[in-house]
Design a binder for this molecule. Structure first.
Ligand SMILES: [Zn+2]
Length: 213
């Protein structure tokens, strides 16, 4: 049986847009076969929130779970990709209008952010599309266990804390920095595995969608 695997992770490189104040990813060769070394070796310097990554509750909650202790059951399983077109913000009304089936536990939001990734612009854009506080409350009330978005933050710059706190305190796993430009809306199997960084509030992840179902 053939299957299609869509890589929805951002490529980590020095050209990747990063959050203001974060260092750009540095992938540094410390030994190089081409320079006569016995093997090639690389050292990596990253923010835990570089590129495609998972936010754990400890990101905004003092006693919150850290990324190494997240329940992998939430990070692997059926997920619904929805297309939000050109909306400027993902609020409760936008989410309600999607008519997402009641059983959906993992929701991936494709917005105009994804087009910016495929354009390859390395600058940080402050006008990224994000989930508002009432959008976050809607997701929690709706029983969503995982939400992913194609911007570097689930929350807008104007209110960066509230949507994070609403989602993380309800145990919703948040994936940020997805590239959904290459996938159509529909049902897929999601596999998203953050690095097991002990005690960290987030971690870079490889995320793929298998399908559509
Ligand atoms: Zn984050």
């Amino acid at each position: 049986m053939s299957r299609t695997i869509h890589d929805i992770s951002l490529p980590l490189s020095a050209r990747l847009p990063v959050w203001p104040g974060d260092p750009p990813p540095a992938i540094v060769r410390t030994a190089d076969l081409a320079a006569g070394a016995a093997c090639t070796l690389t050292e990596v310097h990253l923010s835990a929130h570089a590129g495609t990554h998972v936010d754990a509750p400890a990101h905004y909650l003092a006693a919150g779970t850290t990324v190494d202790a997240l329940d992998l059951d939430v990070l692997i399983g059926p997920a619904e990709v929805v297309d939000l077109g050109d909306v400027a913000a993902v609020d409760a009304a936008v989410l309600a209008a999607l008519d997402v089936p009641g059983h959906v536990a993992r929701l991936l939001l494709r917005t105009r952010n994804s087009a910016a990734w495929s354009a390859g612009d390395p600058s940080f854009r402050a006008d990224f599309v994000a989930v508002t506080a009432d959008g976050a409350r809607w997701l929690v009330q709706r029983g969503v266990r995982l939400v992913g978005i194609d911007g570097l933050s689930i929350a807008p710059l104007a209110d960066i804390a509230t949507p994070h706190i609403v989602l993380l305190s309800a145990g919703v796993v948040v994936i940020e920095g997805l590239d959904l430009s290459g996938v159509s809306p529909g049902t897929y199997d999601l596999v998203c595995l953050p690095l097991r960084l002990v005690g960290a509030e987030g971690a870079p992840a490889r995320a793929v969608l298998i399908g559509p179902a």
